[in-house]
Each structure stands twice: as C-alpha cells, then as structure tokens.
Design a protein around this ligand. Sequence first.
Ligand code: NDP
Length: 253
Amino acid sequence: MGNLAGKTALVTGASRGMGRATAERLAADGALVAVHYGSSAEAAAEVVAGIEKDGGRAFAVGAELGTPGDVHELFLALEAGLKERTGETELNILVNNAGVMGGVKAEDTTPEEFDRIFAVNAKAPFFVIQRALADMPDGGRIVNISSGLTRFANPDEIAYAMSKGAVEQLALHYAKLLGPRGITVNSVAPGITRNGNPLFDIPEAVAAMSALSAFNRVGEPQDVADVIAFLVSDDARWVTGSFVDASGGTLLG
Ligand code: NDP
C-alpha cells in the first residue's frame, strides 16, 4: 500500500472498470478521491459509498467529456467538492482514464465517430491537464491511460489507436515542461482488461483474449490500478515521461 494521506486525486471515468478500481485503490492508500463520471451518476455514487464504507474519502463529480464546456463543468464540481472537504482546491493527482472505444472498421468509420473518439480520448485529457495545473502544487502526479493498441495492430480500432497515440504525446512533452515543478507525467498502456463489455461473459471469447497475454488470462481492473498507484506514489518520483506496458505481456508478441 502506498501512502497518499493528505493527497487529493481526480480519476476520470471512475464509475466503472479500471477507473473505478483506481479510485478505490487510491482511496485505500489514503487519498481523498474525486470519482468522475459521464452519465452513470448512480454507479459513481456506489463507488463513493463503497470507498466510504471501507473508511476512505471520496465524492462524485459528473461531466460529459467531449462536449462544449466539459472541462469547465468538471472543475466547477471538482473544486467545489475539494473546497468543501479540505478548505482549498489543491489537486495532487490526476488520472486521465475516461475513454471510448470505436469498434468500427476503418472503412466504416464516419468523420463524426472519428471526431467523438478524439474529443473524448485525446482532446479532453489535454484540456483537463491544462486546467488541472492551476490547482496542482509541485510534486504532483499525472497518469494518462493509453492502450497496448498503440503497439499492437487491430484494424477495427484504427481511429481509437490514433487517439491513444496522441495521448501518449502528453507524457513526453508535459513531463519535460513540468519536471522543474517535480510533477511527473506518465502513460499506462493496458492490454485487454475486463470491463462491462458482454464479451467477457462468453467463455470462448475470454479464452481467445486470454491467449494474447503471456499470462494466459485477461487483465483485471485491479491489475492496472496497482500500476497507476505506484506511478502516483512517492516511490515513482524518478519516473516521468514513460510508457508503462501494463498489458500482461501482450506486447511481447
Ligand atoms: P469502461 O468502458 O469500463 O468505463 C469507461 C469510463 O469512462 C466510465 O466511467 C465512463 O463513465 C467514462 N466515460 C466514457 N466516456 C465518457 C465521456 N464522454 N465523458 C465522461 N466520462 C466518460 O472503461 P475501461 O476500464 O474499459 O477503460 C478505461 C480506460 O482504459 C479507457 O481510456 C480505455 O480506452 C482504456 N483501455 C481499456 C482497455 C480494455 O480492455 N478495457 C484496453 C486498453 C485501454 P460513464 O459510464 O458515466 O459515462
């Protein structure tokens, strides 16, 4: 367990999946966690209730990313929630996790679908970081969730992989910019990780997906959350601008 007592964190897309597991882990490590959601207010409230039941501190913040005014709305709710609980708006940790898949063949991808994928997966994290920096003191932590698909071909997810390739650029350039402030910026690339997708209820599909990992299983949200917990801890103070492969060895080929 890391020690995040006295720290505050924002995890986007924390109503389920890896975001949820990350919010739970950071809260267990002692952080006050803002559990962000897009439309699943009830699920986010359940995450908060679960964290509080386990003795942690959290609150939910809603904002549909990829829409006009999204970041403003997010930070209005975030700063109000932080101020209410800590008396200030200091944010130590940002995990840009919210994302959407495409699941459409390249030849069928419409310009509207392409724009939506980029708006949520690439544009929103850029502007969330830009805004978060006003609240982030020296020594802060930023983690952006990419995907193994930036290094593993999948012709059904070209636009999605492009958006994640863009996200990876955030770590490279922001890490250089923010180094003097002791703020680290890293990318984490999960492989196939269990979420609410019905595919994970089909044993044959799970077996096929498992075969892609060196460990012959699909990832669990906690597998990735634990990697993120390391990167936001003090132990990772010397790691910045990195691409962390959290794909269970999928990228080994
Ligand atoms: P899920 O699909 O389980 O959950 C997505 C989360 O993101 C939800 O909390 C959802 O909130 C939020 N979200 C989605 N779109 C928006 C939006 N427009 N505005 C605000 N919130 C939004 O996520 P996963 O755990 O599967 O994935 C998490 C991250 O990891 C994503 O960035 C994904 O691309 C990446 N990834 C996932 C892999 C996988 O196999 N699962 C593999 C590699 C990378 P709400 O429901 O409230 O809208």
